[in-house]
Design a protein around this ligand. Structure first.
Ligand SMILES: *Cc1c(COP(=O)(O)O)cnc(C)c1O
Length: 363
């Protein structure tokens, strides 16, 4: 078999090895069925068991209150950028508040604008999107339809440390820090994440939504865009992405049974992130982090080399050591190490040692 390397991609990203191994072992025939997960009906008893375990794993990990629905939808996080305003902004007579702390928040706001009035509650442009807003900085609309935030800006590598206070329902794109630490779901009206960063392969998006909002979903929407229809049909209105939901079940099995839950996962994630931020801080300016310290992301470490002409040798030599996909997003430049849940601590240690060594050789 080809040797696995450390993949620091922002997404799709590494999956836990035990989840991949179980999928590989059972690919030709799921135990008790004689059929592949790729072949079974989404209405079969076996799939019913898989999707309900995926849901109950998420409910256990995130302590999701009983008055919330857990939906498995398609169209990625970006369909939610449209579906949320279609359900709760269009024809509401209200405006929705959006925080633009980085690229994804800006994209979400631009999509909402196609459906109704929005207000930019905060924009991080002045600081080149290097931090999350502080308490009290948001300019909120009274009677807003909702407040939309992005808990982790994947490209800029900044993450919220606590939820903002708002009277309107809080809606959060948690695509790139889903399941990385415990979160109080009861503070949110909608908490959603595409799977391909931290929860599974590309193709499924988890939407955790309070039931009173589900009920407010208007009746004149096409069924595929209605939270009410999707919740009523328990995500089986049409054929769901069965393989992705199966993988999400295996990843959440791993989080629960091998890692031991989100408190432990958060500890490991803090340890991993600390190693890299320490390497930046101790490099005497050789490496420069993008994020302000109090907004540093546990999941995406964005940094530049003070001498940009060293970018290419840095990336090339890293790749030779099995440290892949470290190039930063074109809009920020430099480098970015995405260290989601499934990135082993050994991979981060190897990267840290490589960074220290590279700085010593080139400083
Ligand atoms: C990756 C990402 C998205 C885009 O997700 P798609 O599934 O490709 O639509 C949106 N928001 C955040 C925060 C992301 O990290």
């Amino acid at each position: 078999m080809e040797k696995r390397i450390y993949n620091f991609s922002p997404g799709p990203a590494m999956l836990p090895l035990p989840a991949l191994e179980e999928a590989q072992r059972d690919l030709l025939a799921l135990p008790g069925t004689g059929m592949s997960i790729l072949e079974i009906s989404h209405r079969s008893k076996k799939f019913e068991e898989i999707i309900s375990t995926a849901e109950s794993n998420l409910r256990t990990l995130l302590k999701i209150p009983a008055d919330y629905s857990v939906l498995f939808l398609q169209g990625g996080a970006q369909l939610q950028f449209a579906m949320i305003p279609m359900n709760f902004l269009r024809n509401s007579g209200k405006a929705a508040d959006y925080v633009q702390a980085g690229t994804w928040g800006k994209t979400a706001a631009a999509q909402a604008k196609t459906q109704g009035a929005i207000n930019i509650a905060w924009d991080g442009k002045d600081g080149n999107y290097n931090r999350m807003p502080k308490t009290g900085e948001l300019k909120l609309t009274t009677g807003a339809a909702y407040l939309h935030i992005t808990s982790n800006e994947t490209i800029q590598g900044i993450q919220i440390q606590s939820e903002p206070q708002a009277n309107a329902p809080l809606v959060c794109d948690a695509s790139s820090d889903f399941l990385c630490r415990p979160v109080d779901v009861s503070k949110y009206g909608i908490y959603y994440a595409c799977a391909q960063k931290n929860a599974g392969p590309a193709g499924v998006t988890v939407v955790i939504i309070r039931n009173d909002l589900v009920e407010r979903s208007p009746d004149d929407l096409p069924n595929m865009l209605s939270y009410k229809v999707m919740a009523k049909e328990k995500s089986l209105y049409n054929t769901p992405p069965t393989f992705c939901i199966y993988m999400l079940k295996l990843v959440t099995d791993w989080l629960l049974n091998t890692i031991g839950g989100l408190d432990r996962m958060a500890e490991i994630n803090r340890q991993k992130a600390h190693m890299l931020y320490e390497a930046l801080d101790q490099s005497a300016g050789f490496y420069q982090g993008h994020a302000e310290k109090e907004s540093r992301s546990l999941m995406n470490v964005a940094f530049r080399l003070a001498k940009p002409e060293l970018d290419e040798p840095f990336l090339k030599q890293a790749r030779e050591q099995g440290l892949a996909e470290l190039k930063g997003h074109r809009s920020v430049g430099g480098c970015r190490a995405s260290i989601y849940n499934a990135m082993p601590i050994e991979g981060v240690r190897l990267l840290r040692d490589f960074m220290n060594d590279f700085a010593k050789r080139n400083g």
